[in-house]
Write a protein that binds this ligand. Structure first.
Ligand code: PLP
Ligand code: COI
Length: 372
């Protein structure tokens, strides 16, 4: 056992796994990892109590968490998470894309769920510590990366429901991953969910709160039943205004050539403020492409697709990067976006974003942070 200090100011105690994978075992696991199935040798944990604040930061062997059956998070779902990636750059170094934005969103989620905030240096320090020991797990193949999953949950023991927990566990695990959707950059078919609602005004939609995802599975299962890949969430009040997808934000492309214009649903408090979404709004305006945040209803979506005014639609997020939407189904029937193939602006923005993330284009935004 030894100790190492990171920029977080809190010393991470390092307990290396006696069962680290051999280079051969790791190479076999990295060959075709899929998404979120394979995990590295270690994880980071940090504890919080009201009296001590954040303490007991550890890098430890990846393994089961032992929890009392009355642990608060298991009963009342006080749990938040983040998702970001570590990318292998051409010079062999490892970088994250805007991890400070994930740290900030984690704290916004924490505030909404009456949980303690985690200092940004500790969030980043946890990533650096894990990468320092598990950096070999960052894949080198194209379109692959190490998906990082920081999360925090309530650890008080007891069934009282009057107050938020007074103790929490922060955990960081990492999963070498290929593309989120199998089959390369293939347009997805989406289902407009009118039966279920993801988030309502005053609710938890803009927090990366675990319960939002639990509440989405039934609608996602319905989407799959209807032959779709993903569900599109509509507003809770009128079931007309497009919000986002299960784990992605949406962009609509109108027109083409010099007249091309982008629209993404505005942040009303019920959808997740995606970091990819924000990056694409900034990138497109730099590329001279008009981009606005606004409203689009399902009727407008259908009419614009049918008139040809709407030329492309894509989804974006950390896991999904940029994924074209080719076909839309709902209770009122179905329609395609153009000829259903990936559009030119979708592919151009994807290339711009991926080049920044993988370090093949200079970072003029200060978005790329070396972590190993
Ligand atoms: N919307 C939801 C519901 C998500 O879970 C995600 C993924 O994190 C996104 C949008 C996209 O956010 P980001 O671009 O920060 O990954
Ligand atoms: C992400 O893009 O990081 C997500 O969290 C989406 C999904 C895997 C929940």
């Amino acid at each position: 056992m030894n100790s190492s200090t990171t920029t977080s100011g809190l010393a991470f105690e390092v307990r290396l796994s006696p069962q680290r994978k051999t280079p051969q075992e790791r190479a076999a696991l990295l060959e075709n990892p899929g998404f979120g199935n394979v995990f590295t040798d270690h994880m980071v944990t940090v504890r919080y109590t009201e009296s001590r604040g954040w303490h007991d930061a550890q890098l430890e062997p990846y393994g089961p968490l032992i929890l009392d059956p009355a642990t608060a998070a298991l009963h009342y779902a006080q749990e938040i998470f983040e998702g970001l990636k570590a990318y292998r750059h051409p010079d062999g170094t490892i970088a994250c894309f805007r991890p400070e934005a994930n740290a900030a969103r984690f704290n916004r989620s924490a505030r909404r769920m009456a949980m303690p905030e985690l200092p940004e240096e500790l969030f980043i320090g946890a990533i650096e510590t894990l990468i320092q020991h598990d950096g070999e797990w960052v894949p080198t193949q194209e379109n692959s990366s190490l998906y990082l999953r920081p999360y925090m949950f309530a650890t008080d023991v007891g069934l009282g429901v009057n107050n938020p927990s007074r103790s929490y566990l922060f955990v960081l695990i990492a999963s070498p991953s290929g593309p989120y959707f199998s089959g390369g950059i293939k347009p997805v078919t989406v289902w407009l969910s009118e039966d279920y609602t993801r988030a309502a005004p005053g609710g938890t939609g803009e927090a990366k709160f675990a319960g939002n995802y639990a509440a989405s599975f039934l609608a996602q299962a319905q989407a799959v039943e209807k032959g779709c890949d993903q569900v599109v969430w509509l507003d809770a009040l009128e079931h007309r205004w497009v919000e986002e997808m299960g784990g992605m934000n949406l962009f609509f492309v109108f027109g083409s050539g010099d007249d091309v214009r982008l629209l993404t649903p505005e942040l009303t408090g019920t959808l997740l403020p995606g970091i990819t979404r924000d990056s694409l709004l900034k990138l497109s305006s730099e590329l001279g492409i008009a981009a606005e945040e606004g409203r689009i209803s399902t009727e407008q979506w259908r009419a614009a697709a049918q008139s040809g005014e709407l030329t492309e639609v894509f989804a974006c997020g950390t896991a999904a990067v940029i994924t074209p939407v080719g076909h839309v189904k709902g209770s009122g029937g179905e329609f395609s976006i153009s000829d259903g193939t990936p559009g030119p602006l979708t592919m151009r923005l994807r290339e711009e974003l991926v080049a920044l993330q993988y370090g093949t284009r200079p970072d003029t935004h200060g978005w790329v942070r070396k972590v190993g």
